[in-house]
Design a protein. Structure first.
Length: 230
């Protein structure tokens, strides 16, 4: 053990002597190996972008990228321009104001039908009153003939009689309708069936329940009158 320790001491002394000798013979004019610039210092010294550069970058990022095949969303300015162009289109012709004597607007006409009674004994003819009123602001004209204002009597799905059957002439009757002044037409049924042929004998209606109603174009549902024949 003592011998081993002595050998280690000798090796250590020799190594120290060699290192001292190499350091003493280093030339004095030797230059240090140059090293590169410090990365952290270069990063700190680099110029920072100003506010204008950041604003430009943000503006470029804010612009939407168009998608192929998909139309761009119109802005408020574009929508206003389209609306103005549509409003001022030369093809848009305003309707002239209504004048007295013009044809009556269908929405201004109110028609109704009422029966004289609900039960008609044998031999008594049913009678009805047809009323047409102009609710518009101006006097107007309309057809009140038996075809334009058809009164039809039915029993279930069976068509019994119509005011438009077997009439002479064209059946057109133009009337002036003042506002609020009703046109009144009395109607009497002879208790006989009618149809498209007027050259044949007509059968009488049987006792039972019947419905009288007005059929007119675009006048809505004017109501009906239910009555009974005895």
């Amino acid at each position: 053990m003592a011998l081993l320790v002595a050998v280690l001491v000798v090796v250590a002394v020799v190594a120290w002597a060699c290192s001292s000798t190499s350091g003493a013979h280093r030339p004095s004019g030797a230059q240090a190996i140059p090293t590169g610039p410090d990365p952290l210092a270069a990063l700190a010294a680099s110029p920072k972008p100003g506010p204008s550069a950041n604003a430009g970058e943000k503006g470029r990022r804010a612009q939407p990228t168009p998608t192929p095949g998909r139309p761009a969303v119109p802005t408020a300015t574009a929508s206003a321009a389209v609306t103005a162009a549509t409003t001022l289109s030369p093809n848009t012709v305003p309707s002239p104001p209504r004048q007295e004597g013009d044809p009556c607007a269908k929405g201004d006409l109110v028609v109704s039908l009422s029966g004289e009674r609900q039960v008609y004994p044998g031999g008594t003819r049913p009678r009805f009153t047809l009323t047409l009123v102009n609710t518009g602001d101006l006097m107007c004209k309309t057809d009140v003939g038996p075809r334009a204002l058809e009164v039809r009597i039915t029993s279930g799905k069976d068509r019994i009689w119509s005011s438009s059957d077997c009439i002479s002439g064209d059946g057109i009757e133009i009337r002036r309708l003042e506002r609020g002044i009703p046109y009144v037409r009395p109607i009497e049924w002879d208790r006989l069936r009618s149809g498209s042929r007027c050259d044949i004998s007509r059968a009488g209606a049987r006792p039972g329940t019947y419905v009288a109603a007005v059929h007119a174009d675009d006048l809505g549902n004017p109501g009906k009158a239910v009555f009974h024949l005895r």
